[in-house]
Write a protein that binds this ligand. Structure first.
Ligand SMILES: Cc1cc2nc3c(=O)[nH]c(=O)nc-3n(C[C@H](O)[C@H](O)[C@H](O)COP(=O)(O)OP(=O)(O)OC[C@H]3O[C@@H](n4cnc5c(N)ncnc54)[C@H](O)[C@@H]3O)c2cc1C
Length: 417
């Protein structure tokens, strides 16, 4: 096999996986990029804006999609995950499973199928804050731009979408597919999931509707979100006049996530700007232990903190309770003033941290070494590398830099044998 014939597999189609796959394939190597969801983009495709520039992530994602489309060295498999990795580099074998989406490549995303679909499902992309039809586009700027069907929600015997489709793009009997591929290097870019705020019982998430997490806030602020970008409190759909941001919700806590996710303070400061842009009069509170905005982000943090209606309270929220009208009372100790505070707000946003999503996935087994928090360790067996938040909490620009490093290591591994 020539070096160029040896393949690199990238697992995870978020910003880190896409970057690693593009960097390696654009240097002439053959790369397969798999993503378990029906479209690429990972977590950032849910964001309204990026700190510090407050620009939409879709611009950066679209630039990547533009690089992917003509790239003959890069094969993208969505709805596909790795089940098993075996063998030794440079002869690694990976078993892949592609789940059926029931819609094939002929789909033009015209939407005729949606118009006739009789049933609905909670929209997981928007954290269940709205519903889609059983046939749906995974997200507004989906890549590939193709509908998928959630068969669990199809009425028995219904084939209205098949009849409505003019392109023969729907196959309700599409099977799952398993295949074993030979690769020489694997890059793990499996990213993160939000820490499950239900475990923070004292903060009332999923008990009080107006307690949301920071990803729900991104979706509320996004033009493609459940409220077309209007930040409202979930209970009555009214714009909140007061909002509390609760830092370290579960983070830096031995009972939950012992580490700092390093971006949550920046994410909340960014989200304060979303609220402020929509309501110049809103009272905003930020409860924090320390505000961590290192290096290049200091100016951004200082700019947001100039807001005269933003009140910073150094202290952990001990408890959230609900009033009769759905408002919320934050109970905390104000460490700097040395007193207890009870502050009533319309809505609270929990700054939950990033938890690595690789733990528990079937291919990990004894093959992949994880640290005590579930992040991928640096020293793996030959041929296996990692990129982005799968390895440690990182912002987007650091994830992209890290991904380029992983691509280079994967290439070196191909050339060294
Ligand atoms: C509330 C919040 C706001 C943030 N805002 C910003 C911001 O404004 N600016 C900024 O710089 N950073 C921000 N971040 C950080 C940013 O989200 C991360 O840096 C970024 O998501 C890292 O991308 P990733 O590709 O490593 O992981 P992910 O985005 O999680 O992508 C991983 C991908 O891998 C897929 N995957 C997982 N397992 C498998 C498998 N077995 N097979 C196939 N696919 C798999 C997943 O489906 C996913 O698509 C924010 C974080 C939070 C929590």
């Amino acid at each position: 096999m020539s070096n160029q014939e040896k393949k690199i597999l990238v697992i995870g189609g978020g910003i880190s996986g896409m970057s690693a796959a593009l960097d390696a394939s654009e240097t002439g190597y053959s790369v397969i990029l798999i993503e378990k969801r029906p479209s690429l983009g990972g977590r950032v495709s849910r964001f309204h804006q990026y700190f510090p520039k407050l620009c939409p992530p879709m611009c950066g994602l679209e630039i990547n999609y533009k690089r992917i489309r003509p790239n003959k060295n890069l094969q993208v498999l969505t709805s596909t995950e790795a089940l098993k990795i075996s063998g030794e580099a440079p002869d690694l074998k990976v078993t892949l499973k592609t789940s059926p989406t029931y819609v094939n490549h002929k789909c033009t995303a015209c939407g005729d199928c949606v118009d006739v679909c009789p049933s609905e499902r909670p929209d997981a992309f928007n954290f269940g804050m709205n519903k889609t039809r059983a046939i749906y586009l995974p997200q507004q700027m989906a890549y590939p731009n193709r509908f998928v069907i959630d068969r669990k929600h199809c009425p028995e015997g219904c084939d209205k979408c098949v009849v409505a489709c003019n392109y023969q793009a729907i196959d309700l009997n599409m099977p799952a597919k398993e295949q074993e591929i030979d690769v020489s290097s694997v890059i793990l870019a499996t990213g993160w999931k939000p820490y499950d705020a239900k475990k923070l019982t004292h903060l009332g998430f999923s008990k009080f509707p107006n307690v949301i997490n920071n990803i729900m806030m991104e979706r509320l602020a996004s033009l493609s979100g459940p409220t077309q970008g209007v930040v409202v409190r979930p209970s009555d759909k009214k714009p909140p006049k007061s909002v509390a941001f609760i830092q370290c919700a579960g983070s830096r806590d031995e009972n939950h996530l012992p580490y700092c996710s390093s971006i949550c303070c920046l994410a909340s400061l960014k989200q304060i700007s979303y609220v402020r842009a929509q309501n110049p009069e809103a009272e905003i509170y930020l409860f924090y232990i320390d505000i961590r905005t290192p290096g290049k982000y200091e100016d951004f943090a200082a700019r947001i903190q100039e807001d005269p209606k933003l009140k910073l309270i150094k202290g952990k929220v001990a408890k959230i309770t609900e009033t009769a009208d759905g408002s919320l009372v934050m109970e905390a100790e104000d460490i700097l003033k040395g007193n207890k505070v009870h502050i009533e707000v319309d809505m609270a946003v929990l700054a939950t941290g990033m938890e690595p999503s690789i733990a528990g996935q079937s291919f990990v087994g004894d093959t992949i070494k994880l640290d005590s928090s579930g992040f991928i360790q640096e020293d793996q067996k030959a041929g296996i590398f990692s990129a982005g938040v799968a390895k440690m909490p990182l912002d987007v620009s650091s994830s992209v830099i890290d991904a380029s490093g992983a691509a280079l290591k994967a290439i070196q591994n191909l050339r060294s044998d």
